[in-house]
Design a binder for this molecule. Structure first.
Ligand SMILES: [Fe+2]
Length: 342
């Protein structure tokens, strides 16, 4: 009787211990992601990661203010991974020491060197080309060879663009500064502004709409918006897309400027190894395919092919200047943008 009681007590202890262990590991197998990227974009990736690894991923979405939040939280921050778009934003996190240095042969292998930080603090996860959209009816593709061409007086009153101080345009201008120096780039920006059909306004989609409406003939947009508009559930947006085609610029010299979406491991993460696993997962085939299928972006991993829609636009030569160099020129670009009133 007594030995039976001891056995029952031991069994109970074991059950309790197993229970505690599984709760602890369930708690430990979590990651907190701070994301500038919209839920519809990032959730399918995180779901795939959860399914593969069993790690639960919690997400805080915010279009703005995550740098300030991380700074304010300091060491108490629950963030493990930060995901965002644009080289300038990634650079801002690194600049404020909010990213940890990461050693990962997998990330080094899957991401070309010019699309990641030399100090391994941030990593490009997908690419987007900043291209020229042209009217199918009113412009021949051969008329726009280089981004520099848009400053030619021949385009007077025919160019549309969102405001220059948007991160996408800032990075584009920074890439032109990197290629030609500040003076030449400023002259270009002045010429571009002089050619505008209207005051810079709206987002990239609005520029395509303006071409459709005949407001302008050429515009600067990110490549994925073409895919989004072409396949939009809104019939009017598909019409806008039908009115344009996209031109990859500078194919005979440095290549078309590309920007990235990317991420890094939060400096105060308590789960750094697991955080690196998520970044690695995002550079592997499953996730790299999703970037193309969900948002019409280009994979960074050279071993992964672009999705069918993206592929239909043709291959192109990209500007291989290290994106980190472009990032350092963004403040210079912003001053030029202010001076020329873009
Ligand atoms: Fe965008």
């Amino acid at each position: 009787m007594r030995s039976r009681m001891i056995f029952a007590a031991l069994a109970l202890i074991m059950v309790l211990q197993t229970g505690v262990a599984s709760i602890t590991s369930a708690r430990a197998a979590e990651l907190n992601v701070y994301s500038h990227r919209q839920p519809f974009l990032i959730n399918p990736f995180l779901k795939a990661f959860e399914e593969k690894t069993g790690t639960k991923v919690n997400v805080v979405f915010a279009s703005k203010g995550l740098v300030q939040r991380l700074l304010a939280e300091g060491q108490r921050s629950p963030a493990d991974v930060v995901l965002t778009v644009d080289i300038g934003r990634l650079y801002a996190y690194a600049d404020k020491n909010l990213f940890a240095k990461v050693t990962s042969p997998k990330l080094s292998q899957n991401i070309p060197a010019h699309l990641r930080d030399v100090d391994n603090r941030w990593f490009g996860l997908s690419k987007r080309a900043r291209v020229v959209a042209i009217s199918r009816d009113r412009v021949k593709p051969s008329e726009v060879q280089k981004i520099e061409d848009l400053a030619d007086p021949k385009w007077k009153g025919r160019v549309c663009s969102r405001p220059g101080s948007h991160v996408y345009n800032r990075a584009l201008l920074a890439s032109i500064i990197a290629a030609h120096g500040k003076e030449t780039a400023e002259e270009w920006a002045r010429g571009l502004v002089a050619n505008m059909a209207r005051r810079p306004q709206g987002n990239d989609r609005a520029q395509v709409k303006a071409i459709f409406e005949g407001v302008c003939d050429v515009a600067i947009i990110n490549s994925y918006y073409y895919g989004k508009l072409k396949t939009s559930k809104v019939p009017a947006q598909r019409k806008w897309a039908e009115a344009i085609q996209i031109v990859f610029t500078n194919q005979n010299d440095r290549g078309n400027h590309v920007n990235i979406s990317g991420g890094g491991v939060a400096v105060h993460s308590k789960n750094k190894a697991r955080a690196v696993k998520l970044l690695e997962f995002l550079t592997e085939k499953t996730a790299q395919d999703l970037y193309g299928r969900i948002n019409y972006e280009f994979p960074v991993n050279p071993m992964v092919e672009a999705g069918p829609e993206v592929k239909s636009w043709g291959t192109f030569k990209e500007d291989q200047q290290p994106i980190s160099r472009i990032a350092t020129l963004i403040p210079v670009a912003q001053r030029v943008i202010d001076r020329v009133g873009w």
